[in-house]
Design a protein around this ligand. Structure first.
Ligand code: HEC
Ligand code: HEC
Ligand code: HEC
Length: 269
């Protein structure tokens, strides 16, 4: 009886193993086919769709990668770590990252009188950019302008809406509106449409502040009328799309125009 049970067990696990192996081979095969056919057009994407989940229907692998920015584990390179946060009316996040002003209290002294002294956390992945900006205490000690939103949300369709199709005009309008008001009009963190052309999928720059900053920089190098979307190389674009936000900046004058100070070159001296 026992011997027979063992035989049955061996048979069952043998079948189980084969099923797993076949599943693995099928999966490898599918991935190989997918990589030969860069994409299947499941949905039509237009220049007005900011929802990454819709783009993700055509590009599931890239969408998976995009969603992974929600991961929160510190690696050997540093990065953020998930800290439980009890949601309140004012701050409904159930997870945040380390408070840097607690880790190094000297920052509070150094920045006294400056919004950063009250709240400056470890930065997190793209999935959190919009909520972290909405709920930072820095929104409550200073009345922030719409300018903040340029680097924390999918603003391309909003620029078009506010500027009647002209993104620079929309950018100027957005900067002037109080943050707490204008943020209501944005639904997603940086999305596919902010870096990709909806028809060709090629990279593009959608941030007027970058277009203007890089034009001023090129002018300082003797290149006039630089148009980043026409003149940059593919290799440069791979860096420039990130440089739309990961750069030093200031808000200029009463209109709070987001400005990248590169007209005198890229060095601080
Ligand atoms: C629309 C603006 C924007 C663009 C474009 C952008 N980023 Fe970011 N990125 C952010 C913001 C804002 C954060 C911080 C989010 C937070 O802390 O909630 C961030 C966070 C990150 C982080 C995580 C940092 C950490 O310590 O966990 C990495 C890595 C990163 N970005 C890389 C890139 C790369 C690479 C590109 C280009 C392919 C890029 N970003 C393009 C705005 C942007
Ligand atoms: C030019 C683009 C840009 C603008 C404009 C901008 N941010 Fe950010 N912000 C970033 C980037 C990039 C990061 C990720 C930080 C890093 O990697 O240094 C970030 C990180 C953050 C974070 C997460 C870390 C922290 O400091 O706690 C908050 C909150 C934040 N920004 C709030 C704001 C507010 C409020 C404004 C407006 C006053 C603003 N941001 C304007 C690009 C920008
Ligand atoms: C912050 C900018 C940025 C965002 C946001 C972004 N991408 Fe990309 N994407 C890139 C860059 C950079 C490349 C590499 C382009 C190159 O090789 O020239 C790329 C490449 C691609 C490619 C080409 C194949 C590949 O993997 O290299 C596809 C398809 C793609 N992205 C889809 C998406 C989708 C779908 C989304 C939204 C879920 C998205 N991307 C969001 C910057 C971005």
């Amino acid at each position: 009886m026992i011997a027979r049970n063992r035989r049955v067990l061996a048979l069952v696990s043998g079948i189980g193993g084969s099923v797993l192996l076949i599943a693995l081979l099928l999966n490898i095969f599918e991935r190989k086919v997918e990589s030969r056919n860069p994409f299947y057009k499941v949905v039509e994407i237009s220049d007005d769709i900011d929802d990454p989940a819709i783009w993700g229907k055509n590009f599931p692998h890239q969408y998976d990668g995009y969603m992974k920015t929600a991961d929160m584990t510190r690696t050997k390179y540093g990065g953020s770590e998930a800290l439980a946060h009890v949601p309140t009316d004012k701050d409904p996040r159930n997870m945040t990252s380390q408070q840097k002003t607690d880790e190094d209290p000297r920052l509070k002294t150094m920045w006294a009188g400056y919004a950063f002294a009250v709240d400056f956390r470890e930065e997190r992945g793209h999935a959190y950019m919009l909520e972290d900006q909405k709920y930072t205490e820095r929104q409550n000690v200073v009345k922030q302008p719409g300018t903040c939103l340029n680097c924390h949300g999918s603003t391309y369709t909003l620029y078009k809406k506010l500027g009647n199709g002209d993104i620079t005009k929309g950018f100027e309008e957005m900067n002037k509106i109080p943050y707490k008001e204008v943020v209501q009009q944005v639904k997603h963190p940086v999305s596919c449409i902010d870096c990709h052309d909806a028809t060709s999928m090629s990279l593009r720059i959608t941030r007027p502040a970058f277009i203007e900053g890089i034009r001023a920089y090129k002018a300082s190098q003797g290149i006039s009328e630089y148009d980043v979307n026409k003149m940059a190389t593919r290799q440069e674009m791979r860096t420039f799309v990130c440089g739309q936000c990961h750069v030093e900046y200031y808000f200029k004058g009463d209109t709070k125009r987001l400005t990248y100070p590169w007209s005198k070159g890229l060095q601080s001296r």
